[in-house]
Each structure stands twice: as C-alpha cells, then as structure tokens.
Write a protein that binds this ligand. Structure first.
Ligand code: HEM
Length: 413
C-alpha cells in the first residue's frame, strides 16, 4: 500500500504541470472568456492528456454517443482514476459513475428507486424543515456565511437522511466527504494520498457497521435497500460501498454550489433578485438559469472506445476527451444572449449541467427540489439579503463554487 501511495503521489505531482493547469480554467474567477476561445476553435484543443470539447453540440455528442465510454477498452483504468485507485488500495472498486454497461446499468438501477419522482414529493417536508431550521439559526445574527451556515449543511443533512446515516455519524461522514472531494481535484501531495486512504478505510468500516444495524432494524432508506440487494446477491460488498460513497459525495459537493452559485448570481444582479423576491414561485427557474449560466460541475471526461473523427480532429482509441460542461451553457449557437443572467428566460434546450446520456445525474430531481426550497425560503424570509464582504472561491477546476459567501439581512428573525 505504501509503495502504491508513493507512486500515485509522484505521478500526480508530475501531472500537475502545464498540461494539467491548462485544463483548470474552471477554477479561474471568470473562466467564461477562456471557454469562449475554446468553443471558437476550428479543431479540438488537444494536449498530452487528451482532446477537449467545448461547444454544446460536441459535448452533447460525446456524452451521448456509444463510441465513447468511461472505461478503457483494454481494461486498464483511465489515468486520473488510476491514480486515485492506486492511492486507495486494491479493495476499492469504481462506482457506477466510472463504469460502462452492463455493470453501470445493473448498479444504477439498484439506486434509482430512492431518487425517482414517486419518492421525491415525500422528501419535500423533510427538506423544508431542515431549510427553515438552518435559516432560524443563521439569521440569529445579522451577518452570516451563506455557504457554511446554510447551503453547505442543507444537502448533507438531506442525503444523510435519505441514505440512513444517523445524525451522530453525520459529522464524521462530512469529514470523509471533504477529503474525497479534495482528492477528486487531484492528489497533489503525499499527505493527501494518506488522508484519502485513512478516510476510505474509516468510512467503509462505518458503512459496514451501519449495514449490520439495518439488517437488525430495516428502514425505508437507501442503505437498507442496498443491504437487502447485497444479501440477495445483486451486488458485491465493494460495489455497495462504492455506491454509498458516490451517493454521499454527489450529495455533499454539488447541491451546495447550486444554492451558492444561484444566490451569488442573484445578489450580483439585483434586478433578478427583485424578481424572485416579488414572486418566490420563480425559485425553480432561478436555479435552472444558474445551472446554465454558472454550473457547479464544470467538466467531465470520456474515453474513446474506437477511433473517432470529431471537429476535424482524429481521436485515438482510449484517448481521453474532456467535456467542458461549463462552456456549453453560454454557447451562442444554442442560447440567445447567453451572457445574460435572466431567471425568466425560456431556454431553447435543457443545459448539460447534469450531463446527458446514460450517466445523466441520478440526483437531478433531488438537487432541483433542494435548490427550489432553499431559494424560495431566502426570498420569502430575507427580502433585503445582500452581499457583505469578499466571497472566497473554491480552488477547483471540476467543481465550481464558493467556500465562503458573507451576507447580511435584517429581516427573518
Ligand atoms: C452524475 C451533476 C447533484 C447523484 C452526475 C453528472 C453530473 C452531475 C454532471 C454526470 C457526470 C458525467 O457524465 O461524467 C450534478 C449537479 C448536482 C448534482 C450539478 C447539483 C446541483 C446530485 C445529487 C445526487 C447526485 C444530490 C444524489 C445523491 C449522482 C449520481 C451520478 C451523478 C449517482 C452518477 C450517474 C451515473 O453514472 O449513471 N451528476 N449532480 N447528484 N450524480 Fe449528480
């Protein structure tokens, strides 16, 4: 294990040179001019890591076309995942986000019921009660941090409830989630590689303990369902652990940024905030516009399963193709006035913020519901909400969001 960690660390330190940084536009305060340059190219931008697609049409094609997948055709792991996997040890398997059919199909299906429309309406009272509880506490002071006090804890509490993680364990899972999310941005130090290993071991041990508890006392939560499926031979233990981890991290690290980016965009466009304040029924549309305008997930990656000719560029079998989701929502070939943040717009097409094709975000309806409830509550309870200090951006290329968003409001107590 030690040798694997050292190798993983050394490899990534090498990979964080120029090539890697060029793909990090998503971490810039304003990456959108750089995306426009990528979109305007005649042929695809390409470096040692792979090719880059940035127009809506090309990104949509790569996400939907069966000539692209997420695994290599020779059974080896793509380079990024390879490094992560090496740091974590051989007993950790890929989650279905990183698997092609048929494994992807089998595992996604087992998690799907919990996130379907039938269940969703039932979550509304839970999400509303968590939202108002958090706002009661945050607004006890005039100034608060919209991320730390509201947008951050909300999705964590919701996904913990859905999975069936008892409140006493939530803080521990939160700590693991942080380490894992940091690792997804690149394992840039040996210290992080070691932390990742420890977090994985502890998190999996805790999941195994919880599984035993669910067998004793089955409940209507995802962990109970997955434990039953495991005991019926439908998925292995490593697959179950990878699935739980995926749901946890996806629930922790994305919705916080949808709520944060939406609020930030609204407060930076006071006219738009005014519209929402006057008609809180626009909350869902405001979240949807943010998904187009400033999406939490800025990029993903695919592997060519055969030789593909795309935009005058020959892509080799097993070459990586980076899909710059962040660039697609502002593509003038699809959206009229794409640089304008307008929560009353009727978009020409659905954005790609939740991806497209078979890996389309499983949690999209849940994320939309959480953001809608959160933005509506802000507009109804804190009509004079305003920025109050300097926000701090998360230094990540893949996930775009704020670590800190200081605000003030005098109402709502
Ligand atoms: C997949 C975005 C919230 C669960 C994805 C993908 C994107 C995405 C872009 C696909 C990545 C790819 O194609 O390579 C988002 C955004 C969210 C969000 C922007 C919030 C605003 C959630 C939530 C959950 C969730 C709350 C639930 C716990 C998943 C899962 C997948 C996924 C399980 C894998 C789907 C598959 O591979 O078939 N998400 N997500 N997401 N998301 Fe989300």
């Amino acid at each position: 294990t030690r040798i694997a960690i050292e190798r993983a660390g050394t490899w990534l330190l090498r990979a964080t040179g120029d090539e890697f940084i060029r793909l990090s536009v998503g971490a810039q305060p304003d990456p959108y001019p750089a995306y426009a340059r990528l979109r305007a190219r005649e042929s695809l931008y390409r470096n040692k890591l792979g090719a880059v697609t940035a127009t809506f049409e090309h990104c949509n094609l790569v996400l939907r076309d069966r000539r692209f997948g997420v695994q290599r055709t020779d059974g080896r792991l793509p380079r990024f995942f390879d490094t992560l996997a090496m740091a974590r040890g051989p007993e950790v398997v890929q989650s279905f986000l990183e698997l092609d059919p048929p494994d992807h199909t089998r595992l996604r299906k087992l998690s799907r019921p919990a996130f379907g429309p039938a269940r969703l309406d039932g979550y509304r009272p839970l999400i509303e009660s968590i939202t108002h509880d958090l706002l009661d506490r945050a607004t006890a002071k005039d100034n608060f941090d919209l991320i730390a006090d509201f947008a951050g804890p909300l999705p964590i509490r919701v996904i913990s409830e859905l999975l069936g993680i008892p409140p006493v364990d939530t803080d521990r899972f939160l700590g693991y989630g942080r380490v894992l999310a940091q690792a997804l941005d690149g394992i840039t130090s040996l210290r992080l590689a070691r932390e990742l290993r420890t977090a994985t071991d502890e998190m999996y041990a805790l999941f195994r303990t919880l599984m035993a508890a669910k067998r004793e006392h089955p409940e209507a939560d995802v962990l109970t369902q997955l434990t039953e499926a495991h005991d019926a031979g439908e998925l292995t233990l490593p697959e179950l652990l990878a699935t739980c981890e995926l749901l946890l991290v996806a629930g922790f690290e994305t919705t916080v940024n949808l709520i944060g980016n939406s609020t930030f965009a609204l407060l930076n466009h006071p006219g738009q905030w005014g519209l929402l304040r006057d008609d809180p029924g626009l909350a869902r549309a405001a979240a949807e516009e943010t998904l187009r305008y400033d999406p939490p997930v800025q990029q993903t990656v695919r592997v060519a399963h055969e030789k593909v000719e795309l935009a005058g560029t020959r892509i080799r079998e097993n070459e990586l193709v980076f899909v710059m989701i962040g660039a697609t929502g502002r593509d003038p070939a699809v959206f009229a006035n794409p640089e304008v943040f307008d929560i009353t717009r009727t978009p020409e097409r659905e954005h790609l913020a939740f991806s497209s094709g078979i890996h389309y975000c499983l949690g999209a309806p849940l994320a939309r519901l959480e953001a809608e409830i959160a933005l509506r509550a802000l507009a109804e309870r804190l009509p004079d909400l305003a920025l109050d200090g300097t926000p701090r951006r998360r230094p990540s290329a893949g996930i775009r969001g704020l670590l800190r968003l200081p605000v003030r409001a005098s109402h709502g107590k």
